[in-house]
Structure formats: C-alpha cells, structure tokens
Design a binder for this molecule. Structure first.
Ligand SMILES: N[C@@H](CCC(=O)N[C@@H](CS)C(=O)NCC(=O)O)C(=O)O
Length: 210
C-alpha cells in the first residue's frame, strides 16, 4: 500500500493528503518532521536526502517534493486534475513552480512569525514585510483568476495547482495570520471559497494552523 511520510500540520504534506482524498485510494501515513523527528534518521535520509516532508513510497518507488508527488499521483491514477492538454497542463505547472520559486519565500515569515513563534519572540518587522511581499504575490493570482473567470485558477476545471495554492491560501486568509493593511482580493477570495468546498480541503487544510 502507498505510504506517506509526514506530519499533518505541514503545508506540503497537506497537499498530498488532500490529493489522496480527491483520488480516493487507500494509504498509510507515518508521522515525521519537527516534533516527530524521523527525518534525520539514516533510513529516512536514504529515502529523502533533504530530510524534509513529505515523502511517499509506492512499492519500490520513492518520491519527494510535494508538487512532483501530486503530478505523479494524478498521472498514475488517471486523474483529470492534471490536464492532458499541453497548455492547460503547462499553466497548472507554472502556478505550482511559482509557489516554490516565488510565493513560498515571500510568505514564509508571515506564517512562521505568527503561528510558530510565541508573541514575545516575534519579529513584527519581518512579519509585516512578509505580509507585504505575500500580498504582492497573491495580487498576481487574483488578477489571473479575475481574467479567467473562475471558479478555479484556470477557469472551469479544478487542477492540482488549485490544491497547491489552496493549501498556501489558508496561510493568507486564515484568522491566525491577519495583520493590519492586508489588501482584499475579491477574485482570490471567491476562488478560495470554491476550493474550500472540497472535502479534502475541509479535512486537511481548514483545520487550525499549528
Ligand atoms: N519543496 C519541498 C519542501 C518540503 C519542506 O520544506 N517541508 C517542510 C514542512 S512544510 C519540512 O520538512 N520541514 C522540516 C520538518 O518538518 O522537520 C516540498 O514541496 O515537498
């Protein structure tokens, strides 16, 4: 049976768990990362030299990098969430690459600074800078969704990019991370409401952030 390594409060593990709900296959999950340890144990490092979560084992095949895992699961199980048509597929890939290269580095200190740092230790200048940088990123997706008409990132059909960005949007819209001056993004908010209706989002992403 498919095995998923990773703690449920990791944004990158949440992507995989939501995806598995979408395709509906059985799997086992093993807690790993932060307080669970495991990621520095030699057997885990042999699977994933980065010492990060998630990692999956599908028979003899081991895979890490959450966005690659979503692509793999969609291809293996014939999910329409990774479109076959080249332009549609490339657009989904583009937003997933953008999450890794641009969004994540920009928004990291907003989430870590407020959710994973006690109030007395917070660097609020870094939090505010991250809120500004994250807002600049989310404004790009807001404009893209407004242009394409929603309800999903590229229009009528949901893709794995909606799962990836939906997990990160929880770190923008969540009550845990609100600071003064965060802009409103109407198209992004409507999209967030649409992805919020997916059972996999409700189960793995909507829960309180820790
Ligand atoms: N680009 C990687 C990032 C993986 C990553 O940084 N995972 C974090 C959790 S979101 C992690 O492993 N943190 C250390 C830990 O949990 O011990 C992916 O998308 O899978």
């Amino acid at each position: 049976m498919l095995k998923v390594w990773g703690r449920v409060n990791s944004v990158n593990v949440k992507k995989v768990l939501w995806m598995l709900d979408e395709i509906g296959i059985p799997y086992d999950r093993v807690n790993a990362g932060l307080e669970h340890g495991v990621v520095n144990d030699p057997p885990y490092r042999a699977m994933n030299p980065n010492g990060r979560v998630p990692t999956i084992e599908d028979g003899d095949f081991v895979l890490w990098e959450s966005n690659s895992i979503l692509r793999y699961l969609a291809m293996k199980h014939g999910s329409a969430l990774y479109p076959a048509e080249p332009a549609a597929r490339a657009s989904a890939d583009r937003w997933m690459d953008w999450q890794l290269s641009t969004l994540s580095p920009a928004e990291r200190n907003l989430f870590w600074g407020l959710v994973r740092t006690p109030p007395e230790k917070r660097d609020m200048a870094a939090v505010m800078a991250a809120a500004k940088a994250a807002g600049e990123c989310w404004s790009m997706l807001d404009a893209h969704i407004a242009r394409h008409g929603g309800p999903f990132i590229d229009g009528a059909a949901m893709t794995i990019a909606d799962i990836v960005l939906g997990c990160y949007a929880r770190r923008w819209f969540g009550p845990e991370v609100q600071v003064e001056g965060m802009p409103n993004f109407p198209a992004l908010a409507a999209w967030y409401a649409a992805v919020g209706e997916r059972p996999g989002f409700a189960r793995w992403v909507a829960v309180p952030m820790t």
